[in-house]
Design a protein around this ligand. Structure first.
Ligand code: SF4
Length: 328
């Protein structure tokens, strides 16, 4: 037996808060001590520059931490300030985003910088609803900016925080027993320390990434095992069986088109067709046109007037005036 369940709470914090809140001070002390010793050293944690925090949070939305760690300093070299990013073109921003995937985020970051310069002289606003009105900024990113850039005491809940809080406070046997978003948010508010809330948030994120992982939590090494209701009872997730080869998803084709245009700057309709399908024929024209139109609608490509040559969008005027038409 590795966990003492004497103080481990069963789930009822929302119904009977007084009975459960007593575990929180010990839990928080252990989390913060563990974070000081074993938390991850990530470049965006040693700054509170709002622009740096904005860039890192947009990058982290759908890209793994290790890849962001590599790209982040290069990005800041290329675009050291909000104004330098706003002055750039969508095409140049897409090229600088290479290797990060989900290219739409690069354009949203650029559009966000343009708006921030136009509306706030390049400053980032400190209130939730204004942040939410900006391109690419959802509830999580707004709270992360408020907390990490402006040191405002708000709960920041990502997938790791959700998993860890749910497991600690709710006796989970499987992943499907997990608490809902609303319950986790209430838990977060109940636990959030008065002062060290930034480190506390980072501690939960790191515990979820390094110890309390989605697939195989390492309860024996966990600093809060004595406070955790799910310690050593979680059944590991079954290994995913390699699925049958299936149709390549559309977002992969979109990514490949943008990647080719990063390398070659310009390509014709049939170049792109052959790049995606070795046996590209006229029968595939409609399929490719459909993908290109979706990229065009998302402002990720431009079509050179009348010549049916495609490129990354290199100026805002190109994006709004050009039109994509199916070639003859
Ligand atoms: S690693 Fe185990 S003990 Fe630690 S929080 Fe996760 S489930 Fe609980």
């Amino acid at each position: 037996m590795i966990c003492s369940k004497a103080h481990a709470p069963s789930w009822n914090i929302l119904n009977h808060p007084n009975k459960q809140l007593d575990v929180i001070p010990v839990l928080n002390r252990k989390l913060l001590r563990w974070y000081q010793r074993q938390g991850r050293d990530l470049p965006w944690r040693s700054t509170s520059d709002p622009y740096h925090i904005l860039v890192s949070e947009i990058m982290l939305q759908q890209t793994q931490v290790e890849r962001v760690k590599t790209k982040f300093p290069h990005w800041l070299q290329r675009y050291p300030t909000m104004h330098s990013l706003a002055r750039s073109t969508p095409g140049a921003v897409l090229r600088a985003w290479q290797g990060m995937g989900y290219n739409r985020r690069a354009l949203q970051l650029h559009a966000c910088a343009v708006q921030l310069v136009e509306r706030f002289q390049g400053d980032i606003p400190r209130d939730y609803s204004t942040l939410r009105s900006l391109p690419g900024i959802g509830p999580y990113t707004s709270n992360a900016i408020l907390c990490f850039a402006f040191n405002i005491r708000v709960v920041v809940i990502d997938v790791n925080v959700t998993r860890v809080l749910s497991r600690i406070f709710h006796r989970q046997h499987t992943e499907s027993d997990r608490l809902g978003a609303q319950q986790v948010a209430e838990l977060g508010r109940a636990c959030l320390p008065r002062r060290a809330y930034r480190n506390w948030t980072h501690a939960l994120m790191d515990l979820g990434a390094l110890v309390c992982t989605a697939r195989s939590p390492r309860c024996r090494e966990c600093p809060v095992r004595n406070e955790c209701a799910s310690c050593s009872i979680l059944k590991p997730l079954p290994k995913t069986v390699a699925s049958e080869p299936r149709t390549v998803p559309r977002r992969i084709h979109r990514g490949r088109i943008v990647e080719l245009l990063r390398l070659r700057h310009r390509a014709s309709f049939s170049d792109l067709g052959k790049h995606l399908k070795r046996d590209f024929t006229r029968a595939d024209h409609e399929w490719l046109a459909d993908i290109l139109e979706s990229l065009f609608r998302d402002n990720m490509i431009a079509v050179t007037n009348g010549r049916r040559v495609l490129s990354l969008p290199d100026s805002l005027s190109e994006i709004v005036t050009l039109d994509f038409t199916l070639p003859d």
